[in-house]
Design a protein around this ligand. Sequence first.
Ligand code: AMP
Ligand code: AMP
Length: 230
Amino acid sequence: MESKRQFSIILIKLFFIQYLSVLCAARNFDFFYFVLQWPGSYCDTAKSCCYPTTGKPAADFGIHGLWPNYNDGSYPSNCDPNAPFDQSQISDLRSSMQKNWPTLACPSGNGITFWSHEWEKHGTCSESVLNQHQYFQTALNLKNQIHLLQALRTAGIVPDGSSYSLESIKDAIKEASGFSPWIECNVDESGNSQLYQIYLCVDTSASNFINCPVFPNGKKCGSQIEFPPF
Ligand code: AMP
Ligand code: AMP
């Protein structure tokens, strides 16, 4: 009788361990940062920029990346050396990527170096949820769900080189998306703080925007920030 009971307990324990390991394997990060970038601010720096070989990108926010992150603020990177970037897997997305995920690094490139870096550093850490095609497709879909430039324009915030308050920028994006973003600034050649990147958070299924569990601890913006033209 007693051994039967012990056997049942062992079975329950085994089942529990199995269940936990499945849970862990399915979710080895806590959320994503979806990071959009204003090309005018990437270019308006001492380092400057180089337009892609495919031409000057549209005057719109571009994707920087979709980054798996942990709730404590740290993040995994370069998770799978056995899954190198393979451009043949995203040939159907290429024109959309050129438009929405433009490279601005020098010397001019066709985007492969930038996309390959994003996949290998960040994308490989969400492979339990998204394969390479899904990773890029998902980021493109997320960008389509929020029209940042329009959201800002509605609030009278336009890339005309003037300055706007950090609060008004955050409010405009919250009004349009339902979620409060993190704003990252960089500095132009004269040392003015400008609107560089916008961080929104996305759940582990990569389909819903969520309130950010934690904000990045980066450079501060200052209360008034420039929105340069592109
Ligand atoms: P990450 O390593 O994903 O955190 O991104 C930072 C790297 O991406 C840096 O090397 C940046 O110079 C680079 N980067 C950021 N934006 C762009 C862009 N639009 N085109 C090319 N490289 C970029
Ligand atoms: P602080 O300037 O640290 O006193 O921040 C005032 C409020 O603005 C806090 O709620 C911060 O979390 C928020 N905040 C400060 N800097 C940023 C930023 N760059 N993006 C989004 N929220 C910010």
